[in-house]
Design a protein around this ligand. Sequence first.
Ligand code: MG
Length: 356
Amino acid sequence: MKKLVILGATGSIGTNTLAIVREHPDEFCVSALAVLNSADRCAALAREFGARAYSGPDAAVRAVEENDADICVVATVGMSGILPVWTAIEKGMDVALATKEALVMAGECITAAAKKKGVRLIPVDSEHSAVFQCLQGCADMGEVERLVLTASGGPFLDAPADLSGVTLEQALDHPRWKMGRKVTIDSSTMMNKGFEIIEARWLFDVPVSRIDAVVHPESIVHSLVEFTDGATLAQLSVPDMRVAIQYALSWPRRFASERRKLDLASLGSLTFRRPDEKRFPALALAKRAVEEGGAQCAVLAAADEWAVGAFERGEIPYTGIAAAVEKCLDAAPRIGAETIDAVMEANSWTWKFLSR
Ligand code: MG
């Protein structure tokens, strides 16, 4: 039986993780749950699962420090996931990673620490889970030619080219996935895909020049791996995040589930197209940040977090999100990102710069 600590227990990933634990009571148990707010709901869940409940700003780190687990599921919002991931690695817990910011902002030091401690970082996000699944049985990463991450394209795939008048309500209306607000807005700008390219670079140690994105509106193919012999493997399923979450927990095994199975004949066709980098400048900005290296990816993510918040409050237009990110990448002092402190420094520089 695998013991879990779940950080961000009442969010969409946390809720789905607990649904999987309910379905497989002989395989998983929960030692602790942590939330930022919603303390009452967390306490009720803790009673149901016989776990300890933590709430508040330092809840995630304390839950990791004070409990034992085989896997720490990190599904907190924003950069608050970085310290708990770090703490879990230090404790030698495997990490099922849903929070993007940890690898986007601190990928260099987190992957180095995980390697040193012999800790596994298991992806929960559908795209990285797909790549991870396609790589099972691949003993030599030198045999991988290219990773191809699929993107649904979000709600503005076929919208008129000028997106400056997009409202919050339109940005939150994702056609395929029900997710938290920040990631839904990031999906609409395609910054989410930019983040995922950065995460893939660190998770699979493949240079970003060999990671591509392809738009696939049906969200059935969750990503692909092209090998040097010309074979390409893909992972497909109905768009249900529980498939990827469950695999992160069951790996290297697979557990039976009642989830809807894929029916290709009734789908009829699957379509693919190249992403429009003019309409979605976030994608190019993310690639630029990785290529510039150092703390530029931390600046990218911090600027995006600030800008999405400002857009939600109606302070900047939709197209102002990418503009704010670009302004920060241009102006940021070039520092390395070998330590969490350096990442935090880049983060606070960005917030100060944008709040002037
Ligand atoms: Mg994703």
